[in-house]
Write a protein of this length. Structure first.
Length: 68
């Protein structure tokens, strides 16, 4: 019976250690995710800004009516 308790105690200790390890990984992943989401938002802003600039440049191009 004592051996079973020691085995169970070892398994519980290993499980607790794994939980702490996963908790640390989760915190690191959450931090990376926040950073990536911020970068993604910045890139979306840059793409939209570039799209608007290209549209403005296209609008300034001479059209068919200007050729006549």
């Amino acid at each position: 019976m004592e051996t079973e308790f020691e085995s169970l105690e070892g398994r519980v200790a290993a499980l607790i250690a794994r939980i702490h390890e996963l908790d640390g990984q989760n915190e690191r992943m959450a931090s990376v995710l926040a950073e990536v989401l911020k970068e993604n938002a910045e890139l979306k802003f840059c793409v939209e800004e570039t799209r608007l600039r290209v549209e403005a440049l296209i609008a300034r191009l001479p059209g068919e009516a200007d050729d006549e």
